[in-house]
Design a binder for this molecule. Sequence first.
Ligand SMILES: Nc1ncnc2c1ncn2[C@@H]1O[C@H](COP(=O)(O)OP(=O)(O)O)[C@@H](O)[C@H]1O
Ligand SMILES: [Mg+2]
Length: 294
Amino acid sequence: MTPDLMRAGAARRAAYEARMAAKRAAEGPPRGGFGRPLERLEPVFTQGVALYVEDLTVSFDGFKALNSLSLTVNAGELRCIIGPNGAGKTTMMDCITGKTRPDSGHLTFGSNIDLLRLNEPEIATAGIGRKFQKPTVYERLTVHDNLAMSLAGPRSVRANLFGHQNGAERDRLDELLTLIELKDSAWREAGLLSHGQKQWLEIGMLLAQDPKLLLLDEPVAGMTDEETERTAQLFLSLEGQHSLVVVEHDMKFVGELAGTHRKVTVLHEGSVLAEGKLADVQADERVVEVYLGR
Ligand SMILES: Nc1ncnc2c1ncn2[C@@H]1O[C@H](COP(=O)(O)OP(=O)(O)O)[C@@H](O)[C@H]1O
Ligand SMILES: [Mg+2]
């Protein structure tokens, strides 16, 4: 992308955010669950941390899927999490998104939001988006309309489906379509996309809600090599503006994301086995033993 295009994109984004802020101000404070104002759900990242997982334990019939798991993800960080099947990776995401309640421990979003006090919709509203392994797009709607619905949130879904986006929303849709490389397929039914394109569309739908933290569980499973490579580039381009936690088995993909300097976390039996630069965890005897093999 040229600097001019990037500046134009940034300007559009700023204009969009200003309009949305003005709209929110005009509407007065939105109400959250149980009558709580949603303002209370704004995460604060001034400490530089997006997510604290502390001593998290989850038992299923006495079996500890998470066993005193602790880790910290920084604001804007792109963190890969690897580990054998059954290590607890998905269970950790289930806890962060409120799907599973841990037996004990703490989960804090930013420095201020106690996630264990929120339900699933509140956690999503606070800015945590999750992508499951299987794409969940509306197959009969066009790519454009899938994105338009996510951008709108439930309140104005009808308006958005009937093409009533305002200028800022149209700009943002355009930006998202470009980002996920589906501009040429904007008016195709989502059901006609390739598996990889459906995955990108779902990522676009997540981004439309402007999450601060994105959780991606095995996002490249079933993708071609080329799609995998492009997904790595997409995630790398999101670093900084969003915090990303990516669970993946594809070590080539993990290598592309981690590069030489990013931190990788290895989970095993519900806790952190190793954490550090990819080259270091790959050289760790215990990691080789339980996961990477000899
Ligand atoms: N709802 C559940 N009920 C019982 N056991 C579960 C449930 N969810 C996960 N587990 C078990 O918890 C362990 C961790 O699972 P999971 O978090 O899916 O691992 P991973 O994503 O790392 O492969 C596994 O042994 C799994 O069988
Ligand atoms: Mg899993």
